[in-house]
Design a protein around this ligand. Sequence first.
Ligand code: G3I
Length: 351
Amino acid sequence: MIFSRFSFLLLSLGALSLNCKTSTSQPPPPQVVYLKDVAKFPIGASVSPTLLKNNALYRQVAGREYTSLTCENAMKMRPLHPEATRYDWTDADAIVQFAKERGIRMHGHTLLWHQSVPDWMTNFQGDTPAWEALLKDHIQTVVRHYQGQVASWDVVNEAFNDDGTLRNSLWRQKLGDDYLARCFQYAREADQQVLLFYNDYGQEYAPKKMQAILDLVADFKKRNIPIDGLGLQLHINVNTSDANIQNLFQKAAATGLKLHVSELDVSVNPKGEATVMYTDELKEKQATRYELIFKTFKALPAAQQHGLTTWNIGDADTWLRSFYKRQDFPLLFDDQYQPKAVYGRLVKVLK
Ligand code: G3I
């Protein structure tokens, strides 16, 4: 592993020429640079508790590369709140502990998501005040449990449809369109310090969704509803247009809020073929998409750079394979947790 990393990093650090000039003595020890060493803003990944526990290589990479971690699933409502009167903190707490031991920041994902509703909640029978109490109780119990340990929360995840209308989630059905604002207020009530984010995908290809989110921010500001940041998920692919990415960053940055590239991955198999050849051409297209995002993020004002997070670590761990039952290679590390060539290019961008 050291050797493959060594080979491209030596080049990027110019260490080879240094060796030539000092050839009379032993070559200096390899100078290894990790993402976190060169990033001037938080750099992160989402992680799985099972892999952190059982896979030593995964644990090693998670601990050495990043300054921010997100639970890929463990803080979602379904795993965290399996019964009305019971929370299961085990997995999420283990990840928080891993981060704490290494001085890594935790980003919380997510307090409310229509795709992670536990069955007891789906089946809950109650009037509007009872639903409101249930929502408030979940948000505040989780935020308080992690107070001082989680720096920021995706308070609501994916509340809009691509056409900009509000998704008809359980919450909207039970509590009306303004439930979103109350989620942010409940989270703020529970913790005055934690940063509150709205997180969504597809804003780079769905301009009406992007506009709905910008309108939400403007409305929140007008009504003094607390919101600190926007999560741009950026589950993109090799064909995503540069102009769309740049437009999204520009519009989101104009809100003045903090920005979190919260779930970055670049699919090389967007048509969903069962198998795909990971050719040099695809690798190049993928690397240029990554470079654009890293460069654009790097150019943001420091106060708005909440962080840049990839959606898990190695290609073996990507949700794209399990969810779409297809081959894909969307991340910065390969199936064996070796940094890919794109990693070396991003190190250069970050420096
Ligand atoms: O942990 C259970 C395991 O106990 C069980 O035996 C197994 C059987 O299917 O399921 C396991 O849970 C799975 C979980 O991932 C952990 O692997 C769920 O079925 C599966 O639905 C879940 O998928 C996650 C998905 O969100 C739904 O929660 C993906 O890993 C995760 O990458 C994905 O992440 C979302 C973000 O939260 C929001 N934005 C989009 C992104 C991609 O869909």
